[in-house]
Design a protein around this ligand. Structure first.
Ligand SMILES: Nc1ncnc2c1ncn2[C@@H]1O[C@H](COP(=O)(O)OP(=O)(O)OP(=O)(O)O)[C@@H](O)[C@H]1O
Length: 287
């Protein structure tokens, strides 16, 4: 396990970050009841911290409990044991100041692009004119000026992601939870969206938990990469990513010697878990 950041030199150094944006996941075990009434352990004693303003990626084999962990941070679900704290307060319901982005678009098909993005401030009680003005500004920031009156089905996959990103960021969340947000995009569009996300994150600095199956994406974007074991998911390793910021274009980062070194190290620990999870599904034994 690599050494942890020093607060003075870590990702938040020299920036205004919100102390209430620290996420502390401590000893979280989550059990579900199976249809036959048995307890199924999805995660076991998961512990890691995301410092305020830090970008943390989580990787691990399929079914290891990544999304389950995220839903406990969001307050949509509760741990069976252990605790999740945001800004020092135990999470026991939907927490204010948290936004989400998932692989599937969460856009309302009957609303225009402008209407979708303005929804966040409207729900917070901002007047419609002011919310629309903020939404226009955010659409400009994500390169969609001129598409305000379109509906989601009239946009490409990448454009819909931009709308989702504007909708997630318009309320300037202290925490952004992302579950494979770019998983369904083609390679080029994915790289463009990753660059856009990094640019916006550097301006706003929410704390981010970013789940991905793409280790290159995790290393290119994150300050910290958490590797989870195969089911039941626990923490295998936490790797600090010491690539300098701003990172520049993700397409170029991938060729840097330090990137390759980090990727190689993390893949060594992830690979074993991916193979173990695969063996579980095929009934093969891997000790
Ligand atoms: N509400 C639920 N009820 C019962 N079992 C659940 C529930 N939610 C998740 N699980 C189980 O918990 C385990 C972890 O699921 P989870 O979706 O968190 O994994 P994941 O790591 O995000 O997977 P993937 O990478 O495939 O998206 C899985 O075996 C899943 O079937």
């Amino acid at each position: 396990m690599a050494a942890r950041d020093d607060a003075a030199t870590g990702p938040a150094a020299g920036r205004t970050v919100r102390e209430d944006a620290r996420i502390e996941i401590s000893g979280v075990t989550k059990r579900f009841l199976t249809p036959s009434g048995e307890a199924f352990t999805a995660t076991r004693e998961v512990s890691f911290t995301v410092e305020p303003g830090q970008f943390c990626a989580v990787v691990g084999p399929t079914g290891c409990g990544k999304s389950t962990t995220l839903s406990m941070v969001s307050g949509l679900d509760r741990p069976s044991e252990g605790s999740v704290r945001v800004g020092g307060q135990e999470v026991n319901g939907i927490t204010d100041g948290i936004s989400f982005m998932f692989q599937a678009d969460a856009l309302l098909p009957w609303k225009t692009v402008l209407g979708n993005v303005a929804m966040g401030p409207v729900f917070k009680g901002v007047g419609k004119a002011k919310a629309n003005a903020a939404a226009r500004d955010w659409l400009r920031r994500v390169g969609l000026a001129g598409f305000e009156d379109h509906h989601p089905h009239q946009l490409s996959g990448g454009m819909r992601k931009r709308v989702a990103m504007a909708a997630a960021l318009i309320n300037e969340p202290k925490i952004l939870l992302m579950d494979e947000p770019f998983g369904a995009l083609d390679v080029q569009t994915k790289a463009i969206m990753q660059n856009e996300l990094l640019g916006l994150w550097e301006q706003l600095r929410p704390s981010v938990i970013f789940i991905t199956h793409d280790l290159e994406e995790a290393v290119a974007l994150a300050d910290r990469v958490v590797v989870m074991t195969s089911r039941p998911g626990s923490i295998k390793a936490v790797h600090e990513i010491d690539l300098p910021r701003p990172r520049g274009a993700v397409q170029d980062i991938r060729f840097q010697p330090r990137f390759l070194e980090l990727h190689h190290q993390i893949w060594a620990s992830l690979r074993e878990e991916v193979e173990r999870a695969y063996a579980d599904t095929t009934g093969e034994k891997k000790s």
